[in-house]
Design a protein around this ligand. Structure first.
Ligand SMILES: [Zn+2]
Length: 281
């Protein structure tokens, strides 16, 4: 699923492509699962009508949520879920399968929401109500845009009785890290995924603190990761390239870049975890 880097790449491109443009039409398409994508609105019209005629004034991101600020203090919120894509298209391009929502932009062109697994969602709300949306309120620090003192990590490690990987992926601690980037961060810091947080040393905490923004920023530079079985595409429908630079994720049985030991793949909460059994302890 898209993690922070992929969503940030999309946000930056949206900032360039759609800010200042007016939404002249909004359509929830009559296709299976479209109602699920706009599930916070009982009727499609409740999503469509407020968007029509609105100009997009800026694009923000909170964790993996994209916030389109519009006229009249309205905000359109988009979460890509497991497989959501926002694609900028010409109006005459054929609709991809699973296109759930189409926004027509003034001056031509469409912003299309495509989501094969339809775990993602879109909704429109008042800016003043953002503070009452539990999913947004619960989000922890953003590792790329927020101040992230090393004490934020060490204090949480001491307080939370859990293991390091699930904590890194806990959106109420840090927002935007998922399965891929937590494996990459743990490899850089030489910490094994199942280490209890209370057993992470000060030196390791400092390594993690450095690795988190480093990995995410590198990935943003390389336009995110498009893994074979996942559907991440950027605004133009192109794949990212960071998957070719991943140090450990997806490299099962290949030699560790540091010590040559074959990378192992473990199961963790029903997800794969990749790690070097020698470097990561
Ligand atoms: Zn190694």
């Amino acid at each position: 699923m898209p993690e922070l880097p992929e969503v940030e790449v999309i946000r930056r491109d949206l900032q360039t492509e759609v800010v200042g443009r007016k939404i002249v039409g909004a359509q929830v398409r009559d296709v299976p699962n479209a109602p699920r994508v706009i599930r916070r609105h009982p009727l499609p019209a409740e999503f469509e009508a407020p968007l029509e005629g609105m100009t997009i004034s800026r694009l923000d991101r909170r964790g993996k949520y994209l916030l389109f600020y519009l006229d009249d203090h309205l905000v359109m919120v988009v979460h890509l879920g497991m497989s959501g894509q926002l694609i900028l298209s010409d109006a005459d391009q054929p609709m991809a399968k699973h296109t759930h929502v189409v926004l027509d932009l003034a001056g031509g062109g469409q912003l299309r929401y495509v989501d094969p697994r339809s775990f993602g969602e879109m909704f429109v709300t008042e800016e003043s109500e953002l503070g009452e949306i539990p999913e947004l309120v619960r989000l922890g620090r953003d590792p790329v845009t927020d101040d992230l003192p090393v004490e934020y990590l060490s204090d949480t490690f001491a307080r939370r009785k859990t293991r390091i990987k699930p904590l890194l992926m806990d959106q109420s601690f840090l927002c935007g890290l998922g399965n891929i980037y937590s494996d990459e961060v743990l490899f850089l810091a030489s910490v094994r995924h199942d280490r209890p947080t209370s057993a992470v040393s000060e030196a390791e905490t400092r390594l993690l603190h450095k690795a988190i923004p480093r990995v995410l920023k590198e990935s943003i530079e390389h336009r995110g990761s498009s893994i074979a079985d996942e559907q991440y595409r950027d605004l133009y429908g192109a794949a990212g390239s960071y998957q070719n630079r991943l140090r450990v994720y997806g490299r099962q049985a290949q030699p560790c870049l540091r010590c040559g030991t074959p990378i192992e793949r473990g199961r963790w909460s029903n997800r794969s975890t990749y790690y070097c059994p020698r470097c990561q302890t």
